[in-house]
Write a protein that binds this ligand. Structure first.
Ligand code: 5GP
Length: 193
């Protein structure tokens, strides 16, 4: 997506160890206009897939996911990383190793929000090694829901995430694809949408 690629060139910062900082428009401060365009674009790509729920993981997946869900006219569910006292129902859970925080966390969704009737679009802000997406796919599988695809804002194509998900037979659509972050420079691949 041209607008996102331009924004990354203008406001993204390369940190050491292959990490891209986009905290002025995606991961901390949010640009709602760009975010809405991105959510709408992902909704457009999956509009014929019969999506009944959009699923993401807190925190930075929520903004694009809610715009995509609004456009698809379906609910958005975000997996929680910490168990809340109010989550007293049966839970779907899986473990996710965080690339940026370097800790493993248990993510969960209340079983009542996903069922075998659901067709799910998973959305996240970044795809790196694919662990967050894999954890979300596992939650959907536990509910017997069908995953129709994975929509990503920024894919770091030099890491293994896309391969991992495509090997599961699932479609990945990324709005920006980064070939490399070496020498402080962002090199792009052709994006999917
Ligand atoms: P994965 O599970 O695919 O390895 O990593 C995905 C998660 O790690 C995303 O939800 C995102 O929060 C975080 N992440 C991975 N790489 C980056 C990065 O380069 N920059 C930022 N800001 N977050 C990242």
């Amino acid at each position: 997506m041209k607008e996102l690629v331009e924004r990354i060139k203008k406001d993204g910062h390369v940190l050491g160890e292959g990490v891209l900082k986009v905290d002025s428009f995606v991961t901390h401060q949010v640009d709602p206009v760009l975010m809405e365009q991105m959510g709408n674009r992902l909704a457009e790509v999956f509009k014929e897939a019969g999506i009944t729920k959009v699923v993401t993981i807190e925190a930075s997946g929520i903004a694009p996911a809610v715009f995509a869900a609004k456009e698809l006219n379906v609910p958005m569910i975000f997996a929680r990383k910490a168990k809340s006292l109010t989550m007293d129902e049966e839970l779907l859970t899986s473990s996710v190793y965080s690339f940026t925080k370097q800790v493993t966390s248990t993510i969960s969704i209340s079983r009542k929000f996903l069922s075998s009737e659901d067709k799910v679009l998973i959305i996240d802000d970044f795809l790196a090694n694919g662990q967050a997406a894999k954890g979300l796919i596992e939650l959907c599988q536990q509910a017997g829901a069908e995953v129709e695809g994975i929509g990503i804002i920024i894919e770091k194509s030099f890491q293994d995430g896309r391969q991992l998900i495509e090997d599961m037979g699932l479609r990945v659509v990324s709005l920006a694809r980064i070939a490399s972050l070496t020498n402080g420079q962002v090199e792009f691949l052709e994006e999917d949408a």
